[in-house]
Design a protein around this ligand. Structure first.
Ligand code: FMN
Length: 210
């Protein structure tokens, strides 16, 4: 399996870094958007269950600010159960066209119901129905059964849908970020930002070996 290639597109110098990691992330995300890269907000979400077994899957980042990074999911899913047992996670963005990776780690808290409701109601109706009828990560006999449930739900609800109880918003509260820029000869640039105190918003920036 040969997947070797050189990374030569860019570089990351300490003097170019924003002192605020969320601003650094915002500028990389914006740049990825300007470059026309698709699915820039798709991120790998790693969690660990109560026995410490790691699991990872893709979810979509729906909002972020200096407080944290938000996604939505079913609390009964595997990830939902893991986060309820261990409210920690790491998210990862890989923008391969830019040879860039960002990792963000921290505690996870639930998003307030009002915010979840606002977002749920902003989604297309099909997505709302799918979220309402699916018990994410549970087995189902056939595709037909899923479609039958969908149609039945659709028949019974012709007005505005209500937020399903199991549908949740999660906010990762970053305590560590890492920005990676691929470089020639595997001498990649890596910088981590570690929060210096529980309450302070000061970050210690360190260059890491590739
Ligand atoms: C591009 C992409 C975006 C996805 N976005 C979400 C999402 O925002 N929320 C979600 O629950 N699942 C999303 N999924 C599905 C998850 O990857 C996963 O299959 C599902 O959440 C069940 O994961 P779990 O069994 O580990 O809980 C997405 C999958 C892909 C490929």
């Amino acid at each position: 399996m040969e997947a070797r290639r050189e990374y030569t597109l860019g570089k990351l110098n300490s003097e170019d870094l924003n002192l605020s990691p969320v601003d650094q992330f915002a500028s990389w995300l914006e740049y990825a958007g300007e470059k026309g890269i698709s699915d820039t907000t798709a991120m790998s979400l790693a969690t660990a269950d109560k026995d410490g077994m790691p699991t990872v899957r893709t979810v979509l980042l729906k909002s972020f600010d200096s407080l944290g990074f938000v996604w939505y999911s079913d609390e009964r899913s595997e990830k939902g159960r893991s986060i309820s047992d261990r409210p920690v996670a790491e998210i990862l963005f890989f923008w391969k066209e830019l040879e860039r990776q960002v990792r963000i780690r921290g505690n996870v808290e639930m998003v307030g119901e009002e915010e979840v409701q606002d977002y749920f109601l902003s989604r297309p109706r099909e997505s709302q129905i799918a979220a309402s009828i699916s018990q994410q990560s549970q087995p189902i006999e056939t595709r037909l059964e899923l479609e039958r449930r969908y149609e039945e739900f659709e028949r019974k609800h012709d007005s505005e849908l209500v937020l399903p109880e199991h549908w949740r918003g999660y906010r990762l509260l970053p305590s560590r970020y890492e920005f990676w820029q691929g470089r020639k000869g595997r001498l990649h640039d890596r910088f981590e930002y570690v929060k210096s105190g529980e309450v302070s918003d000061d970050w210690v920036i360190t260059r890491l070996q590739p």
